[in-house]
Design a protein around this ligand. Structure first.
Ligand code: G3H
Ligand code: ZN
Length: 283
């Protein structure tokens, strides 16, 4: 059934595991993620970025994801990923999203607090959860100097203000992770993560979850991360399988012949993540 982010994250935070947010890009992604979650008996978060919603169309996105939730025997959260404006939030609320990320991280702190609070006020009325963000989560195109990197990371005292003044259910603090592929080994600031956890005492979210070594994932979970976002690794698995099939068979023309195996590749990737995050057997 459809669940809120708060419902699934509060248990994860208390019991020291994390729930995966797996972004959906099309029908096959959604089916693969759902099959993996069902087989692993895990709660799951279907992430929809604004780009993916524009690609699929918002009504198709809602229909696919809400059908997945309705048919599921595990809790399924339908979550707007990196919501950029109040308008986007309202569009998703109207169609039944159960969770919203409002990403005000590129605004000055006061404006981030104002926008996030505005979203929380609307979502509270409807029983919808809210995730906020503070600090800048990198893109892999970013080449930061040491000073720039320091400036981009979350300040724990500001995180405390964002949490207390808005009433969000989860916080994504920038601790050095990045979206897309990492160049070299990711450098996560675990001391900063622990400081945010101690000050804020709410479930934390790790963005840029693809390509982070398993031991760093486990360490982050032990320091309060209860939600981990993964998109790139699923996209890579999907595309690698399609390339493999095209390389081996130049005659193939039925999309089901390559989309089916590509869907299976995502499913295998998601199952491995669920086990790493420790959410298997929790639903
Ligand atoms: O919000 C989405 C995630 O943070 C995706 O991260 O590019 O490492 O898969 P990723
Ligand atoms: Zn993200």
């Amino acid at each position: 059934p459809l669940a809120t982010l708060k419902e699934v994250l509060d248990d994860a935070f208390r019991n020291g595991y994390a729930v995966g947010q797996f972004n959906i890009n099309n029908l096959e992604f959604t089916q693969a993620i759902m099959e993996a979650a069902e087989e692993e008996r895990s709660p799951v978060i279907l992430g929809t970025s604004e780009g993916a919603i524009k690609y699929m169309g918002i009504d198709y996105t809602a229909a696919i994801a809400l059908t997945a939730a309705r048919n599921a025997t595990v809790p399924v959260v339908l979550h707007l990923d990196h919501g950029s404006s109040y308008e986007w939030v309202l569009k998703c609320l109207r169609r039944g999203w159960s969770s919203i990320m409002i990403d005000g991280s590129h605004h000055p702190l006061e404006e981030n607090i104002r926008l996030t609070k505005q979203v929380v006020d609307a979502c509270k009325v409807l029983g919808v959860s809210v995730e906020g963000e503070l600090g800048r989560i990198g893109g892999t195109e970013d080449e930061l100097t040491v000073d720039e990197r320091e400036a981009s990371l979350v300040r724990p005292e500001e995180a405390k203000r964002l949490v207390e003044e808005t009433g969000i259910d989860a916080l994504a603090p920038a601790i050095g992770s990045a979206h897309g592929r990492y160049k070299g080994k990711p450098q996560l600031d675990f001391d900063r993560l622990a400081a945010v956890r101690d000050l804020c005492k709410l479930p934390l979210v790790l963005h840029g979850g693809s390509g982070i070594p398993d031991e760093d994932i486990r360490k982050a979970i032990s320091l309060g991360v209860a939600k981990i976002n993964v998109n790139t690794e699923n996209q890579e698995a999907f595309t690698a399988k399609v390339r493999e099939i095209f390389a081996a068979d130049r005659e193939v023309y039925d999309p089901r012949k390559y989309l089916g195996p590509a869907r299976q590749a995502i499913k295998d990737t998601v199952k491995a993540k669920i086990r790493l995050f420790g959410s298997n057997g929790k639903a």
